[in-house]
Write a protein that binds this ligand. Structure first.
Ligand SMILES: NC(=O)c1ccc[n+]([C@@H]2O[C@H](COP(=O)([O-])OP(=O)(O)OC[C@H]3O[C@@H](n4cnc5c(N)ncnc54)[C@H](O)[C@@H]3O)[C@@H](O)[C@H]2O)c1
Length: 299
């Protein structure tokens, strides 16, 4: 493979462009050549989503909103199910008829079914379901939770963060089977390590690992099921309402707190969703792609 050329390995699609250090192979032993490499900008293909019909939950803000922007730019037909009327209105203002919006609750099976039917009526098919809507527990420990509130708090968080994914997948199943489609879930670093959420969030996000793997087994070979597990992202991820918890702050913390010394942004993750939503990931199912910038290895 010559300088500047790439194989068809799909992961190359993650990058729009990279700086390549070109070193003349005839003079690799020449220290002066190695010390002063020439730099060439090489354009790599982005993942093409043209014509992909996608239903995304929680697309009205934060990470989901960045996924909307990436998927629309990539040529996908997109529908968003979210409970935020204001966020959906903003999406409509920005994209008009390019994005279908559906106001509803992911914890309600009927709302998921209606969202899938709307997709199929409008697009003629469904290729991808992305379960992403979620809430957080503000790192509340078991000790700190009032005993009489635990049952309601558990039900509220698990209804959205776990049941919502399960119901969305169930509603999308018949169509995804027909199209040999894909399911992508938003997991979290809290899916694989303690300390990034409280007792309820960590337990719920760990459940997404089981959900992803079990569904991948049950739905093969027609449907692939994978998850992206981001680390911290500055968004206004909502708290548990019955505990009157505030949302997370969207204020970016000091980059020095991160192993990679940069604050990860919502748009940093979108290519991973494009990858799992596309044919580039045909060999992957049951995978949890940990995208936490190394935070769990330092923890
Ligand atoms: N922000 C982080 O640090 C972080 C890290 C790892 C994983 N995540 C996960 O990313 C996903 C997106 O979160 P975000 O950070 O973008 O927060 P966000 O609050 O900006 O986005 C969540 C979206 O889900 C919607 N939603 C919540 N409950 C709903 C319901 N019952 N029905 C329909 N829609 C509902 C909200 O209205 C919102 O638009 C969540 O699953 C979250 O757990 C977030």
């Amino acid at each position: 493979m010559g300088s500047g050329q790439f194989s068809c390995f799909p992961l190359t699609g993650f990058l729009k462009s990279i700086e390549l250090s070109e070193i003349d192979s005839t003079s690799v032993r020449d220290a002066s050549t190695i010390a002063t490499p020439k730099t060439a900008k090489v354009e790599l293909p982005t993942i093409d989503l043209t014509g992909r019909c996608v239903l995304l939950t929680g697309g009205a803000s934060g990470l989901g909103r960045a996924i909307v922007d990436r998927f629309v730019a990539g040529g996908a037909h997109l529908a968003v199910l979210d409970r935020s009327a204001a966020g959906l209105t903003e999406l409509k203002t920005r994209y008009g008829r390019k994005v279908l919006t559906f106001h509803g609750n992911v914890a309600c099976f009927d709302d998921n079914v209606k969202a899938v039917s709307t997709c199929v009526e409008s697009f003629g098919r469904l290729d991808v379901f992305i379960g992403n809507a979620g809430i957080y527990d503000q790192k509340a420990s078991l000790d700190s939770l009032p005993g009489e509130s635990i049952s309601d708090a558990f039900d509220e968080l698990f209804a959205i963060d776990v049941k919502g994914y399960l119901l969305g997948a169930k509603a999308a199943l018949p169509e995804l089977r027909r199209t040999h489609g894909a399911i992508v879930f938003t997991a979290s670093v809290a899916s694989v390590a303690p300390g990034f959420g409280g007792i309820l969030y960590t337990t719920a996000k760990h459940a997404i690992v089981g959900l992803t793997k079990q569904l991948a087994l049950e739905l093969a070979p027609e449907i692939r099921v994978n998850a992206v597990a981001p680390g911290f992202i500055p968004t206004q991820l909502g708290g548990i309402r019955c505990l009157e918890q505030a949302s997370m702050s969207a204020q970016a913390p000091d980059p020095s707190r991160f192993l990679l010394k940069r604050v990860p942004l919502t748009e940093d993750y979108v290519e991973l969703y494009a990858f799992f939503a596309s044919e580039s990931s045909v060999t992957l199912t049951g995978s949890i792609l940990l995208a936490d910038g190394g935070s769990s290895i330092r923890h």
